[in-house]
Design a protein around this ligand. Structure first.
Ligand SMILES: *Cc1c(COP(=O)(O)O)cnc(C)c1O
Length: 336
């Protein structure tokens, strides 16, 4: 899964890397994400989880692989195929079934009608049937997860009986793939695990960190006791204080809630608390007593633990920390 700009880390490096490492499919949320990957030269099949119905022509033009999750989306595809006929004899789709997540997908009651409609349109071929788990990382909901898997087994089986050919089945995301190995079927949809995070600490031990967010000290200044720092004068120097300004702010996806001492930036192995409020493009840290100079690197997060801790401070999850880093932050993809 390389949606949301590759979970915020940049989709192109990781897509090229997995393309060369036995991955069969990429997955993104919307059509433009898929188009961007095609323009970057990615040739793997790309599944579009929620195609915009008004842009099905782009799906056809860029040979993307649509998910059909409702009768409405099925009709939109048929219409687009009429308007933009392909040279292909059959057109491949992926069917999403709602087994209890209640987000997208055909409900179990809709499956018989879906089978009927698919029989009518023999030019449409099912490439895969899949579903999504609601709580793959939460042992307290394992009973529900098993129920979802069983329901998926039943419904995908009914569809399989109605088709003269075979299709792939998949239901597991990262934590599902680790925790429900019996349900890996033909594919698994690995997202957050690829970017360094899994829920079970036993598994986490084997997963390396892949992302750091760093900037550099733009300016150092010593301010006297009693002076203030930043907007609203919210940072107060209780004594003579060495301030470092680092050029990363809320417009880079750094929450203002990390200001005023709520987070510590790591530099030269030491920790410097924020002082004053986070600005749009910059924030200030108190580096008093830390050996540092202008242009030294400063890390907002630097490993899984610090990313997790930041997410907890902001009452969210690492997914949101990574994916909300804004486009103007330069992504550097390093591979060994
Ligand atoms: C994002 C997504 C995934 C990946 O989930 P992770 O928890 O990041 O592994 C899998 N399937 C679907 C349908 C998704 O939207």
């Amino acid at each position: 899964m390389v949606k949301a700009y590759g979970y915020g880390l940049g989709p192109f490096g990781v897509s090229k890397l997995v393309e060369n490492n036995a991955v069969d499919y990429l997955g993104v949320a919307n059509i433009l994400e898929g188009v961007e990957l095609r323009k970057a030269g990615i040739t793997l099949p790309i599944m579009i989880m929620k195609p915009e119905l008004e842009s099905f022509d782009l799906i056809i033009e860029y040979q993307l692989s649509p998910v059909i999750f409702s009768f409405h989306s099925f009709q939109a595809l048929l219409k687009a195929l009429k308007k933009y006929p392909t040279k292909l004899e059959t057109y491949n789709i992926n069917i999403k079934i709602d087994t209890g997540m209640h987000r997208l997908g055909f409900s179990p009651e809709e499956v018989p009608e879906l089978i009927k409609q698919l029989k009518k349109h023999t030019n449409i071929k099912i490439e895969s049937v899949f579903s999504h788990l609601a709580a793959s990382d939460q042992p307290e909901h394992d009973e529900f997860t098993h129920f979802q898997i069983q329901l998926f087994e039943k419904l995908s089986g009914e569809i399989a009986q109605s088709t003269p050919y075979k299709f792939d089945k998949h239901i597991l995301n990262s934590n599902g793939a680790l925790r429900f190995t019996h349900a890996q079927y033909d594919m698994v949809r690995i997202g957050i695990g690829l970017y360094g995070f899994v829920s079970d600490p036993k598994d986490a031990k084997h997963i390396k960190n892949v992302a750091v967010l760093k900037t550099k000290i733009a300016q150092l200044k010593t301010i006297p006791k009693g002076d203030s720092v930043g907007y609203g004068r919210r940072g107060l120097a209780k004594k003579e204080t060495l301030i470092a300004t680092v050029p990363i702010g809320y417009a880079d996806g750094i929450s203002r809630r990390i200001g005023n001492g709520n987070w510590q930036v790591k530099l030269n192995g030491k920790f410097a608390p924020t002082i004053g409020s986070v600005c749009m493009d910059m924030l200030m840290i108190d580096v008093t007593g830390i050996d540092c100079k202008e242009d030294d690197e400063a890390f907002i997060f630097y490993d899984q633990a610090s990313t997790k801790q930041l997410s907890e401070l902001l009452q969210t999850i690492p997914y949101e920390i990574l994916s909300s880093i804004s486009p103007r932050v330069k992504r550097l993809f390093l591979s060994k």
